[in-house]
Ligand binder design. Structure first.
Ligand SMILES: *Cc1c(COP(=O)(O)O)cnc(C)c1O
Length: 422
């Protein structure tokens, strides 16, 4: 028995029943050369532009034009506290308290700032656990931190690897690894969901495991934010970082987000790299005082932030607030389930779904291994107006996002895939 059918009529009927269908119209869909909309399944790489982003940017350009420096304190959204206008809605998305979240910097910069505070190696405890297939920037950041503290990554970097010949990581292997080496582990730092396989790790269990062994735990939610519901406060990792240009649709290279768990909010003894924007707001402009961190995540800020980028984030967060993560996630499970069903229905021995089959162990993305294929297959899909991404040697990543993708998009994608694989 299945809820799904492999027909265009079914896909269109599912779209009509979708309570979030109107959000598609809130975005610009890139067009094919022939003028139709592309089948855009690349929101895991760069989310689409909300139509209202221009208006949010324009408001700040207008303030700047009309008010000059006074825009810091006047205008509809004064720039001095501007980052605060993003906090509540960002906290909703990651399941955090407001004071646990701040938007600032780029993702990798934030990862370094968090490691300055939460990777504090000692002679006995100096190792960091990452995924074997960690995103390159995360790996570079961790390795450079290890070297900075005088450790050789060959000794101090532990990789949680999938069993031989497989792609997905097992929690039991992480438990074994921590049983063997946990007493030497200072930090467990994992992506969630994995950018390559789409596997989402259990944040609560990993956090408990790390803490039981005396390690601190952080997550990189670049592929998780706006996709899964990480429930950061409840699940309790020490910190998390993410970017806003993938599922959060805030524009290329836009600012990142940071979560610091409440348990660290008041700790002024934590080592950190500091700047004036993290300083007590009431005395920030006296410019004379010793550094006095704002309690909570805001205390990690360095600079006064780029307002135009933040305006784009506000535009996007507004849509997430309207749609709500609970509804988005519910739709996402159906939409990706439909993609999985259609691929299974092809019964092609050339196509293998790498991503976990359990919807709770993945977000919206499916990673498909196409046997005996090469980049020409991806080129052929591009030719047909499908936007998805290709990872050497033979994987395409397909991410139907619940915010703007439709069941018909998913149906059309699989029709194209069927033809180019044949
Ligand atoms: C996209 C992504 C990044 C990108 O880092 P930036 O600092 O924003 O350029 C880093 N890590 C992961 C896991 C990502 O998916």
């Amino acid at each position: 028995m299945t809820l799904y059918q492999n027909t265009l009529e079914f896909a269109q009927a599912a779209d009509l029943k979708d309570p979030l269908r109107s959000f598609r119209d809130a975005f610009y869909l890139p067009q094919t050369p022939n003028g139709g909309p592309t089948v855009y399944l690349c929101g895991n790489s760069l989310g689409l532009q909300p139509k209202q982003t221009e208006q949010f940017l324009k408001e700040e350009l207008d303030s700047w034009r009309a008010l000059g420096v006074d825009g810091h304190t006047e205008g509809t959204h004064p720039w001095l506290p501007y980052h605060e206008f993003l906090t509540q809605q960002m906290a909703e998305i990651v399941g955090a308290k407001d004071h646990e979240v701040v938007v600032m910097n780029g993702l990798t910069a934030n990862l370094h700032l968090m490691m300055v505070s939460f990777y504090r190696p000692t002679d006995k405890r100096f190792k960091v656990v990452i995924e074997k297939d960690a995103f390159p920037s995360d790996r570079y950041a961790v390795e450079s931190q290890l070297r900075f503290h005088g450790y050789d990554p060959k000794e101090a970097l532990i990789q949680w690897a999938p069993p031989n010949g497989e792609e997905l990581c097992n929690f039991a292997d992480l438990e074994d690894l921590m049983t063997a080496q946990g007493h030497q582990v200072a930090l467990v730092l994992l992506g969630n969901t994995n950018y390559y396989t789409g596997q989402a790790y259990p944040i609560d269990r990993i956090t408990n495991l790390g803490h039981q062994h005396g390690a601190l735990v952080g997550f990189d939610l670049a592929h998780g934010v706006g996709n899964i519901m990480p429930e950061l406060h409840k699940n309790g990792p020490d910190f998390a970082v993410w970017c806003t240009y993938k599922y959060l649709n805030s524009g290329p290279g836009s600012l990142g987000g940071v979560f610091v768990h409440e348990r660290h909010a008041q700790d002024k003894t934590l080592p950190r790299f500091t700047g004036w924007w993290g300083h007590n707001k009431t005395t920030r402009f006296n410019m004379r005082h010793d550094f006095d961190p704002i309690p909570g995540a805001e205390g990690w800020q360095l600079s006064n932030p780029p307002i135009l980028s933040m305006a784009a984030i506000r535009a996007s967060l507004d849509l997430f607030h309207q749609a709500s993560m609970t509804r988005l996630r519910a739709k996402s499970i159906k939409l990706t389930g439909y993609l999985e069903y259609l691929i299974d229905d092809l019964s092609s021995d050339k196509i293998r779904v790498i991503t976990p089959r359990n919807p709770l162990e993945r977000g919206c993305q499916l990673s498909l291994q196409i046997k005996d294929s090469n980049k020409l297959l991806h080129d052929a899909l591009t030719e047909r107006g499908v936007v998805c991404d290709w990872r050497e040697p033979d994987v395409i990543r397909v991410a139907p996002t619940p915010m703007y993708n439709s069941f018909e998009d998913v149906f059309q994608f699989v029709e194209h895939l069927k033809e180019v694989v044949a």
